[in-house]
Write a protein that binds this ligand. Structure first.
Ligand code: ATP
Ligand code: MG
Length: 333
């Protein structure tokens, strides 16, 4: 049976990249699939330092964002990862299935650890193994993610296949990443070759879901571009990463293809295109921001949603962990 799982880290303010690349897809899939689970992956967040009070606040803000963006907690299962201990328990088993060489190939670790990888946490290194457990503890078949997570979902398949092979079972399914739309990789507003990230030190590099209309307009006005006008064909954006990025964002926000946008906007200078993009971004984002703020006024409702979500998630995860332990040969007195 098809089942959807995905997550976002409560590791910082949420970005337009998180919305277009992930959460908007989550919302669409809650209606297309019988069962969807969307997690606030707090265990992943602490792979880099998080202030405890901030982490708690951001976990609730992320839940508010999910709901404000259109997730229905009666339908989708919304919960935070640490409230379902089976994730971490299965991750340990996967740590013993995955190979060190596999982890060494992960580009996210290289990007995040930087030059001084010796100083990175062991958790950051093992991150993909925990992510495999997040997915496979629910036997999830579909994982909507941004393009940057493709490699991790592929590793999840490798882990599932090796587990099945080593133990001679057909237990874990092969998961498909769902990477769709015109904004699977929203780039930094300051550097068209870098992914927009909530953990980028430069606030000007991203649009935050908490930014007000003026801030959004200002960041788009100041976004890096080249001096040429928009081309009249998609081909013309080939070596213009910053221009390509703004066109992709416009396309995703207006639910059109980049090709359509170029057909309409080709020939325009950025001085004309940027205000149109800013207006569109504000139109789409400000109702979500407003609803997020409203939900954060009384967090007791969010906490109730998360409490119930964790119970529903555990009801699926518990038997899968039990069967895994059985397969592995753990005595379960
Ligand atoms: P961090 O910098 O802390 O890793 P992040 O912005 O990358 O934060 P994550 O919580 O790691 O956010 O990712 C949550 C989801 O959002 C993932 O599916 C990821 O692929 C997607 N995502 C993140 N950034 C982008 C982006 N720039 N474009 C499209 N999707 C993105
Ligand atoms: Mg990330």
């Amino acid at each position: 049976t098809p089942r959807v799982f995905s997550g976002v880290q409560p590791s910082g303010g949420l970005t337009l990249g998180n919305y277009l690349g992930a959460v908007r897809r989550f919302v669409a899939m809650q209606d297309e699939f019988p069962e969807t689970l969307y997690c606030m992956v707090d265990l992943h967040a602490i792979t880099v330092w998080q202030d405890p009070a901030e982490l708690r606040l951001r976990t609730r803000q992320l839940a508010a964002f999910y709901i404000a963006a259109g997730l229905n907690p009666e339908k989708a299962i919304l919960f935070n990862q640490s409230a379902v201990p089976e994730h971490a328990q299965l991750a340990w088993v996967f740590n013993c299935v995955a190979r060190i060489g596999w982890m060494n190939r992960m580009t996210q670790f290289k990007d995040k650890a930087g030059k001084n990888a010796e100083k990175a946490s062991l958790g950051l290194y093992a991150y993909p193994s925990l992510m495999a457990a997040d997915i496979l503890i629910y036997h999830a078949t579909h994982v909507p993610v941004g393009d940057d997570q493709k490699q991790h979902v592929e590793l999840t398949r490798d882990i599932a296949a090796k587990f099945n092979h080593d133990y001679g079972v057909d237990f874990f399914p092969m998961t498909d990443p769902v990477i769709e739309g015109e904004a699977t990789r929203v780039m930094s507003l300051r550097d068209g070759t870098k992914k927009m990230s909530k953990s980028d030190p430069s606030d000007a590099s991203r649009i935050n879901m908490s930014d007000d209309a003026d801030t959004i307009a200002k960041k788009i006005r100041k976004a890096k571009t080249d001096p040429e006008p928009l081309p009249s064909e998609l081909e013309g954006l080939k070596d213009r990463p910053e221009a390509r990025n703004l066109v992709n964002i416009y396309a995703a926000l207006s639910n059109r293809t980049a090709e359509d946008v170029i057909a309409e906007m080709g020939g325009k200078q950025f001085g004309e295109f940027k205000p149109l993009l800013a207006d569109l971004a504000v139109e789409i984002l400000s109702p979500i921001t407003g609803e997020m703020n409203r939900l954060m006024d009384d967090v007791s409702e969010i906490d109730r949603v998360l409490g119930r979500g964790a119970l529903r998630a555990r009801a699926i995860a518990e038997p899968v962990l039990k069967q895994t332990y059985e397969i592995v040969g753990f005595l379960q007195p």
